[in-house]
Design a protein around this ligand. Structure first.
Ligand code: SF4
Length: 212
């Protein structure tokens, strides 16, 4: 897609939604890492409710190394897949303590070595906790960017690569938030509200369906 069209799309979305930040509540890179690990297959609101209580008592990697898994599970039960999430959070905390001196690493390569941390989680942490340019491809970003034509792939990794190619680097992080927000509000998974969408004339999906 031409750069001018990409920038126009992001400008319109930016005017619509304003400046967006991460919807997960956190005070440190470690808290964001835990919150993002918990956010798989659930909503940010559910995660925030759980971490509001959890982080009052446990909020450093060392705390999670010493916590019995069953104790952690009590705090995160509402987030779904809680046994697996608890296991990964404890294992990732141990690795942070043992290999990174208790500090969350700030590179994609190191973050994705942590148990239970994939590229999406790593990119969320890099972008929101460390202020680095990164595009995390979650379900909304994947769907919306492929509908618009910012990416053309059925593969998440390829979508991330194409987005990095098509979107200017200094807009990666804001594009991530804008696409999520657009996916939640207008470009919903079922029945996207194309007629009221302010970027419809720039969107491949709309243009194609309007013609057919
Ligand atoms: S026009 Fe429709 S498919 Fe395209 S971004 Fe807007 S809501 Fe999504």
């Amino acid at each position: 897609m031409e750069k001018t069209r990409v920038i126009k799309i992001l400008q319109i979305l930016s005017e619509l939604y304003g400046h967006l930040g991460c919807a997960l509540k956190f005070r440190t890179p470690f808290e964001l890492l835990v919150a993002t690990m918990l956010s798989a297959q659930t909503t940010d609101v559910t995660v925030n409710k759980a971490t509001d209580i959890l982080f009052k008592k446990y909020n450093k990697p060392q705390d999670f190394v010493n916590i019995p898994q069953s104790e952690l599970e009590k705090y995160i039960r509402t987030c779904g897949f809680y046994k697996n999430k608890a296991k990964n959070i404890i294992a990732a905390s141990r690795m942070i303590v043992e290999e990174y001196n208790g500090k969350v690493p700030d590179s994609l390569e190191e973050l994705t070595k942590l148990p239970g941390v994939g590229r999406k989680t790593a990119n969320v942490v890099l972008s929101n906790a460390f202020g680095k340019d990164a595009i995390a491809v979650d379900t909304h970003v994947f769907r919306v960017s492929n509908r618009i034509g910012l990416a053309k792939s059925e593969d998440v990794l390829k979508t991330e690569e194409q987005l990095m190619e098509n979107i200017p680097k200094n807009m990666w992080s804001s594009a991530h938030h804008l696409l999520i927000w657009h996916g939640r509000n207008i470009c919903t998974a079922r029945n996207p509200k194309c007629l009221e969408c302010p970027i419809n004339e720039l969107c491949d999906y709309y243009i194609k369906n309007k013609k057919s």
